[in-house]
Design a protein around this ligand. Structure first.
Ligand SMILES: Cc1cc2nc3c(=O)[nH]c(=O)nc-3n(C[C@H](O)[C@H](O)[C@H](O)COP(=O)(O)OP(=O)(O)OC[C@H]3O[C@@H](n4cnc5c(N)ncnc54)[C@H](O)[C@@H]3O)c2cc1C
Length: 383
């Protein structure tokens, strides 16, 4: 069985972010690394958006940026100046190519395209079995769903969305302002909004997004997009350049950060998808920075949750509980949050970067009873 220093099981956002960061470090870049994925990562399978204040590690592949985003609902429309934050977009394929190109010069990194069947560990090593071979390493970084908890209608909402990148014949979009959430559309299925990110005057990503327990009929996503483009954006002539579909669990279930001393879960598998919003990219970046720091200092990767992590996790679970138990609608919750608070404060809150004082000032705009009952329940539920 071939032995490596590290195995990266799954080369999506988290696996490749970690690989890139490891190879940036002179002290780590000579380690033997095996990267396993069943997919070749050659398609533009997703678009990532996230916000940050500074220049990020993957700035070179940022394809568009916004300093202003709009929130729309039936009773108000607000353009949100993001203050010190910038909202950024990265195309999946640009990210994959960027990392894979930068790795080419490292002969100590091996890629195999195989299906991982199991990951286990003994005291000192992680063992990965694929459809073709067995491999072992001092640490396995896992982003496959092999250890994911069971997702049910009781413990999770699904964030599901269909996005179209459309190209119009004439100038139709203002590239300075995206629409973060447009709740003016029908709420017949549950919390539903449109997300519009113009990348030029004639091109935009338009995403129909729902937070509901179940997926809807395939045609319903397309019909909603068609209707919105025609009736809300008043666009008649356009072509669809690209499409994406995604399902992200917004879950009360426990995604464990570590399986053993030698198996570390990263990305969605490690619980780095924010349960209340589905955003993951920026949380992956923070986590892989911490992992690389531990590796550099030869410290064990405990991947422990901090007190702040647990607080945010509790807020997220409280919100999911409120929505799952239908105490309030998603539209009502987000409307209340966006009506009274500055966008910078909201982004800090949604990015787990706010202070407890700021958290309280956001939460005071929400109705007390549903949040208190759900919050107390989530404090005592064993997961
Ligand atoms: C369409 C879409 C759009 C999204 N947009 C955003 C966004 O705008 N902002 C944001 O923050 N988040 C977004 N997300 C959520 C999240 O950022 C992504 O899902 C992100 O890719 C998660 O990274 P990951 O590494 O955990 O998982 P992935 O990127 O999915 O990587 C997991 C890898 O593991 C591989 N794998 C899985 N099982 C096996 C197996 N058994 N054997 C071998 N390989 C395996 C897969 O092929 C994949 O390459 C989006 C998700 C989707 C699906």
């Amino acid at each position: 069985m071939k032995k490596y220093d590290y195995i990266i099981a799954g080369s999506g956002c988290a696996g490749l972010s970690l690989l890139y960061r490891i190879l940036q470090e002179p002290i780590l870049q000579h380690k033997s690394i095996l990267v396993i994925d069943k997919d070749s990562k050659k398609t533009n399978d997703r678009t990532w958006c996230y916000w940050e204040k500074e220049t990020g590690t993957f700035e070179a592949v940022v394809s568009a940026k916004w300093n202003s985003l709009a929130f729309l609902t039936s009773d108000f429309k607000k353009n949100l100046d993001l203050g010190s934050y910038t909202y950024k977009m990265i195309q999946g394929i640009d990210f994959y190519n960027f990392v894979l190109d930068s790795v080419k010069k490292f002969t100590n990194v091996t890629f195999v395209q195989e299906n991982i069947l199991s990951i286990s560990s003994d005291e000192n090593f992680g063992i990965v079995k694929t459809n073709l071979a067995n491999y072992t390493s001092k640490i396995v970084f896992n982003s496959t769903s092999l250890f994911n908890p069971v997702i049910t209608e009781k413990n999770s909402l699904l964030q599901h969305f269909k996005g179209w990148v459309i190209k119009t014949e004439t100038a139709q979009f203002d590239t300075n302002v995206g629409r973060l959430m447009d709740f003016t559309i029908s709420q017949e299925h549950g919390a539903t909004f449109m997300y519009v990110l113009p990348t030029s005057k004639t091109e935009a990503l338009i995403e129909y997004t729902l937070f509901t327990p179940k997926l809807i009929e395939k045609e319903a996503y397309d019909n909603a997009l068609k209707k919105y483009i025609k009736e809300d954006l008043n666009i008649d002539k356009y072509s669809i350049k690209h499409q994406e579909f995604g399902v992200i669990p917004m879950s009360l279930a426990n995604f464990k950060r570590t399986e053993s001393n030698t198996i570390i879960n990263i990305g969605t598998a490690g619980g780095f998808t924010k349960a209340s919003s589905g955003y993951t990219f920026q949380f992956i970046q923070k986590n892989v920075s911490e992992i690389v720091l531990n590796l550099k200092n030869n410290q064990p990767i405990l991947n422990k949750t901090t007190f702040k992590d647990r607080i945010y996790n509790w807020y997220d679970r409280t919100l999911i509980d409120v929505l799952l138990s239908n105490k309030l609608t998603g539209k009502e919750v987000f409307t209340r949050i966006f009506k009274k608070n500055s966008p910078e404060k909201i982004l800090a809150f949604l990015g787990n970067e706010s202070t407890i004082k700021e958290d309280f000032s956001i939460m005071k705009n929400l109705p007390i009873l549903p949040f208190v009952t759900s919050g107390i329940r989530q404090l005592f539920i064993k997961r």
